[in-house]
Design a binder for this molecule. Sequence first.
Ligand code: TQI
Ligand code: ZN
Ligand code: ZN
Length: 167
Amino acid sequence: HYSFFPGTPRWRKQNLTYTFWPNNQLGDDTKSVFSRAFQRWAEVIPLNFTESGVYQSADIRIGFFRGDHGDGEPFDGVLGTLAHAFSPPSGWFHLDLDENWVISGDVTASVISSAVDLESVVVHEIGHLLGLGHSSDEEAIMYPTISASSRKVDLRNDDVLGIQQLY
Ligand code: TQI
Ligand code: ZN
Ligand code: ZN
């Protein structure tokens, strides 16, 4: 079953913008993973997500960082913590630069044992950004563990019911 953060924080507007930390210089293939992941949530709730070029004013700020990156929650190298996102209305969304991130369809993915499917993690973290805590339903996107090198990107009933209760 789904859960919310203490106090049930949620966004109070429908049009949310997201942006990428410019220094990461992400490619279009990586950016499209985020766009697809936002779309999966937008399909079931009346929210819209658009990419914004203006870093300071965007609602959601996405960046890849390694180790201590200044928010008191340092990353830890390969595996362990993969990413974290803060509850609304923070909008901070950080991913561990040290992970071997793979994009679905990448042929090299299968040979790296520590490969982490980027879209799976992004869909889960967007749930946190929107106000969902963890779920006790093993099939849910918001379940707190995922098996190694696996891909889980489709929202389950439990995720949909949770997010629809918030929005
Ligand atoms: N990051 C944790 C997570 O996003 C951070 C975290 C721990 C957290 N406890 C929390 C966030 C409580 C909000 C509320 O869950 S992680 C997975 C999964 C992580 C883990 O790097 O461990 C995914 C990130 F579910 F697969 F284990 C993404 Cl998908
Ligand atoms: Zn961080
Ligand atoms: Zn989580």
